[in-house]
Write a protein that binds this ligand. Structure first.
Ligand code: FAD
Length: 538
């Protein structure tokens, strides 16, 4: 058992943890990253299911902070696959020499704050111990898979995988589905991606749908080096814009116009343009009130519905996949991108079962029963999402200055200050966590913006000889209320989404994401500029 003394212990080797490691080391701090995965990459290590790929188009899902990183890296597709993202992380590691300070295949199980020494005592499942001045949680929002409580699930005799625990040695895209009877539970982003792959040559693919996914056209494209050389001429400017954009994307911004203040012809032209661009343009790149005003939102839904239904041959299926009336306001659940998701339902080997009114009764050794009918299966895919945003944090036994665990503190709902710090948990910071923009911000943008703030903060503490920083109960109450108020001005609370914590039975329903990156960062930066208001430094 080791007992290492370091400045910062970082949990998670994803885009946030790696950024922290690099920048803290650069500032002369000693830092160590610990990750439960066998490779770096975070989300892209775990989510290796067939079809897994990013929905942030090039050049959004990559670091912008160092020119030598983006200058020398080229993507092969506009929306890169998990395989390419893994290669990217390896490339970043080589360029920045991160590996020497990363411990893989190791889970942080507990952390306790020692108030006399202002140190965190951190323990791993390999019985390593660390004494760290700062405890930095980069556990991501998707570190705890959600396995629904379905009667008989453990009795299933075939293979059963959650998308985030997919076998790392799976034979290859599509191949492993050949000739099998495949069932997919869940139609979120991962469900859509896996359905597209399985539909290719599964003997029978049955999709069990609780809520229709309002998926948007991806418009994938092959990219070559010459083309990217040309694009890179604008990267510096694009990355500058990315930092200031509402959702952290280089080129997605809403217009300053209500959908209700233009003629129908103009409105349809705007929708058509965003639809043609593909990706998240249709989600965040049209009118200012799509996510704020139900009537405006309905116009976006209707356009989506009509476009989608036109691709589905069977009118009954069309009504199930793209209902006349919206299942929830458009865009208030993460839309997800599709390449041929709606088309595959026209194939003879693909079926859809509505489980909204008749939930899955049970899983048997041979398959799945809905409404008294058994669907025989060889492979069951749980595309059932995550205890998102908080699950990765509360599954660690973290005890702060008063002995209370983080899970206990948040049992009635999350409270924190600026999405970064929790009262009673000094010298602990959360990145890409609850009450920050996380789920509503392009990942790398958030990693750099919040990450810079944190590195500056730790430098400030060191330069001013402070050994302890802690937010106050008043500050976190005020921030938590502020996020709830900001959420209430949007339509997000009207959907039972993971943004609202509403996908997990018993989880407190609350707006878990701050819905504007620039407003969020303005408040973080204002606090810093005023000597870290909302925090006590000593
Ligand atoms: P992660 O990448 O999630 O990494 C967290 C790491 O922490 C994991 O490797 C995990 O093993 C480790 N960890 C957690 N707990 C412990 C512990 N106790 N001990 C040790 N290690 C631990 N974002 C976008 O911006 N655009 C997209 O298109 C997009 N697509 C996505 C698709 C999928 C399928 C998923 C799941 C997420 C997607 N995201 C997307 C969100 C994505 O998670 C973030 O972009 C980004 O990966 C977050 O980085 P991170 O470093 O915060 O966390």
């Amino acid at each position: 058992m080791s007992n290492r003394e370091i400045d910062a212990l970082i949990v998670g080797a994803g885009i946030n943890g790696l950024y922290q490691l690099y920048q803290l080391r650069k500032q002369g701090f000693s830092a160590q990253v610990i990750d439960a995965g066998k490779e770096i990459g975070g989300t892209w290590y775990w989510n290796c299911y067939p079809g897994a790929r990013v929905d942030s188009h090039v050049p959004n899902y990559e670091y912008a902070f160092a020119e030598e990183l983006w200058r020398d890296w080229n993507w092969s597709e506009r929306f890169p696959s998990w395989q390419e993202l893994r290669r990217y992380f390896k490339y970043v590691d080589q360029k920045l020499n991160l590996s020497p300070d990363i411990t893989l295949d190791t889970r942080v199980v507990s952390a306790e704050f020692n108030g006399d020494e202002n140190r965190w005592m951190i323990t791993t499942d390999t019985d390593e111990q660390y004494r760290a001045r700062y405890f930095i949680l980069c556990t991501g929002f998707a570190s705890k898979a959600h396995i629904p409580d379905i009667k008989g699930l453990e009795s299933f005799a075939g293979d059963c995988y959650h998308t985030a625990h997919w076998p790392q040695d799976w034979p290859g895209e599509g191949v492993g589905f050949t000739g099998k009877r495949v069932g997919v539970i869940g139609t979120g982003a991962s469900g859509v991606q896996v359905v597209q792959e399985a539909s290719v040559d599964a003997a029978q693919l049955t999709v069990f749908q609780r809520t229709p996914i309002l998926a948007l056209p991806m418009r994938q494209q092959a990219y070559d080096e010459a083309m990217q050389l040309e694009l890179k001429k604008d990267y510096a400017e694009l990355f500058r814009r990315r930092r200031a954009a509402f959702t952290g994307f280089t080129d997605i911004a809403t217009m300053n116009v209500s959908a209700l203040d233009v003629s129908e012809e103009e409105r349809l032209a705007v929708y058509e343009d965003a639809w043609t661009k593909g990706g998240f343009h249709y989600w965040g790149g049209t009118f200012s009130d799509i996510l704020r005003n139900l009537e405006a939102n309905r116009t976006a839904y209707d356009f989506w519905r009509d476009k989608t239904r036109a691709r589905i041959d069977d009118p009954e299926l069309a009504e199930m996949l793209a209902p006349t009336e919206p299942p929830h306001p458009f865009g208030t659940k993460r839309p997800s991108l599709e390449q041929n998701y709606f088309d595959v339902f026209n194939q003879d080997n693909v079926g859809l079962v509505d489980i909204s009114a008749n939930p899955i009764q049970e899983v048997t050794p041979d398959g799945l029963v809905v409404d008294g009918r058994e669907y025989p299966l060889d492979l069951l895919v749980l595309a059932t999402g995550f205890d998102a945003i908080t699950g990765g944090l509360t599954q660690i036994d973290i005890r702060g200055s008063v002995g209370q665990s983080l899970a206990q503190k948040w049992s009635q709902g999350v409270v924190d200050h600026l999405g970064l710090a929790v009262a009673g948990f000094p010298n602990m910071f959360i990145l890409y966590g609850p009450l920050a923009p996380a789920g509503l911000c392009n990942g790398p943008t958030c990693a750099e913006l919040q990450g810079e703030w944190l590195v500056d903060c730790l430098c400030y503490l060191r330069d001013n000889q402070h050994s302890r920083i802690e937010t106050t109960p008043e500050a976190e109450q005020a921030w938590t209320q502020h996020v709830a108020d900001a959420g209430a001005m949007t339509l997000f609370p009207q959907a039972d989404s993971w943004y609202m914590g509403a996908n997990i039975p018993g989880k407190q329903r609350q707006m878990l994401n701050y819905p504007s990156v620039p407003d969020y960062m303005a408040q973080c930066n204002q606090s810093a500029a005023q000597g870290y208001t909302g925090f006590e430094l000593s």
